[in-house]
Ligand binder design. Structure first.
Ligand code: AMP
Ligand code: ZN
Length: 493
């Protein structure tokens, strides 16, 4: 259903600093690009929050019936330490420390990223491109930027000429920084002497002999600059201009500022109509940071095995906690906050259960249509999930009153209430009932046992009877019995 035809959405555009009426470039379609993770370590909850904000936005657009192409990349090369132009590649460094291939690092943490997002019931994006899969596109972009006079080559590396660009464009348009201030505040770092000015940024870096991840280019064997991949991949899949670009607040400068500059320099246009930035997650009132140890990873929170929270929390309780604050506010993760959210989430789920067998009456004491509209109004106002949730709890009160006839609803109103509640709770906020969570767990377990059966068959084919028996016996110890038959192996749990 093309619900979107009945709704006008306002989005806070970081570029203008204002809530603006959202008008997609093509009326039925939305193109949205979100900067994905650099896959060199396990995702932390801060990352999860940013991606969850955009998952909710993606879900709402889909709910309204838009055809959304949601592109979220994987950064698997080019992102150097400290987000700078000098230093080691984050992935290469990890590979060196662990003595494995960089692509093993990429694989390990991409799998971890997907597992975590799956646990929190994320929808997969429409396209998940990688930086290393788009080296040719990045080289082509650099050529165009050089041809247009905004890039220069020094010793096999190519830099973006920020000062020249700023003469005819506004470098700082998004982050509201002024080049003069940047000049005063930039320290000249060792190794940056190749640049005409310290504010210039790398489009292509010549690889040192020890740098493993390298590709041939017209300038040197090297690797692309971090900012370039997003310009290459967003415009490849969404066009030279597209609707929405998102990411965490910390990416506004320099990453997104540089993306705009690259796009203007290569294609002569501002790439994005609406820039959206999700705010940071803190832990007990302080920045989440690996260096201070003030950090908690998703699995620690889910399992309860940590020294910061009093108990384990379910994925939906955590998701509900995150949805109770606006994506634009800083959110502080605390034990009390999570406990309160868990309670609220359970109350909501109980009301939804109760609604299945609620009595109906000839008249309604609650205006469900008006309430439905209020739910949409909240989401249409820059995806205001805390206000939406406040409205959902109005409905909870009504539902809880139906049994004792403290409130009444006609059949028609009851159906509308069910429909709206289900749509917002499950489709838009992405919450799950315990049963849905368990079903997912069961399907994972089935998949794992199938995999072990397959490995056992391979072991038998190789006459590795010891391994084949070990798999069978240890599964039996766990209460999973394998039954070998003519048509293969089945199992009982
Ligand atoms: P990274 O893998 O570091 O490039 O980060 C992936 C995404 O997570 C980016 O959009 C970051 O802005 C975002 N992010 C990083 N730390 C936090 C945090 N503490 N809270 C919310 N988002 C974060
Ligand atoms: Zn990016």
């Amino acid at each position: 259903m093309q619900l979107y035809k009945q709704h006008t959405i306002k989005i806070y555009n970081s570029l203008t600093g204002e809530k603006e009426l959202f008008t997609p470039i093509n009326q039925d379609y939305i193109g949205m690009y979100v900067c994905g993770p650099t896959v060199y370590s396990n995702v932390h909850l801060g990352n999860v929050r940013t991606f969850m904000s955009f998952d909710m936005i993606f879900r709402y657009f889909k709910h309204l019936g838009y055809k959304v192409r949601y592109v979220r990349n994987i950064t698997d090369a080019g992102h150097l330490e400290n987000d700078a132009d000098v230093g080691e590649d984050k992935i290469t460094k990890k590979a060196r420390l662990e003595q494995i291939e960089p692509m093993e690092v990429v694989q390990r943490y991409t799998v971890d990223f997907h597992n975590i997002l799956n646990t929190f019931n994320f929808l997969p994006p429409s396209i998940e491109p990688t930086a290393t899969g788009h080296i040719i596109e990045q080289i082509e972009l650099i050529k165009t930027i050089i041809d247009n006079g905004f890039g220069y080559q020094v010793n096999g590396s190519v830099y973006f000429d920020v000062h020249k660009y700023n003469k005819t464009n506004n470098y700082g348009i998004l982050s509201k920084r002024k080049l003069e201030d940047l000049i005063h505040n930039t320290r000249e770092l060792d190794g940056q002497s190749d640049k005409r000015n310290p504010q210039d940024f790398a489009l292509w870096k010549k690889a040192e002999p020890t740098h493993i991840m390298r590709w041939p280019s017209p300038w040197s064997d090297g690797f692309p600059g971090w900012h370039l991949e997003c310009t290459a991949m967003s415009t490849k899949y969404l066009g030279e201009q597209f609707d929405i670009h998102g990411g965490g607040m910390d990416l506004k400068f320099p990453h997104h500022e540089c993306e705009i500059a690259q796009n203007q320099a290569a294609l002569g246009k501002a790439p994005v109509n609406y820039w959206m930035h999700a705010n940071m997650l803190e832990l007990n009132g302080a920045r989440m940071s690996k260096s201070t140890g003030n950090i908690i990873n998703p699995n620690e929170l889910l399992s309860g095995k940590n020294d910061k929270m009093s108990q384990a929390f379910s994925p939906s309780a955590i998701r509900f906690f995150m949805m109770q604050s606006s994506y634009r506010s800083v959110l502080d993760l605390t034990n009390d906050g999570l406990l309160a959210s868990e309670k609220g989430f359970n109350r909501l789920m109980e009301a939804i259960k109760l609604l299945q067998n609620s009595p109906t009456s000839k008249t309604s004491t609650f205006n469900v249509q008006e309430w439905t509209q209020k739910c949409y109004d909240a989401m249409n106002d820059d995806f205001n999930t805390p206000i939406l949730i406040a409205h959902l709890f109005e409905a909870v009160k009504i539902i809880n009153g139906l049994k004792e006839q403290k409130s009444t609803l006609t059949l028609e109103d009851l159906e509308l209430l069910k429909h709206t509640l289900n749509a917002f709770v499950f489709d838009v906020l992405g919450l799950q009932t315990e049963g849905q969570n368990q079903e997912k767990g069961a399907s994972k377990l089935n998949g794992t046992v199938e995999l072990l059966i397959q490995l056992r068959q391979e072991a038998r084919a190789n006459k590795n009877w010891a391994l084949s028996d070990q798999i069978r016996d240890q599964l039996l110890e766990l209460g999973i019995k394998l039954n070998d038959g003519k048509d293969g192996t089945t199992f009982n749990i």
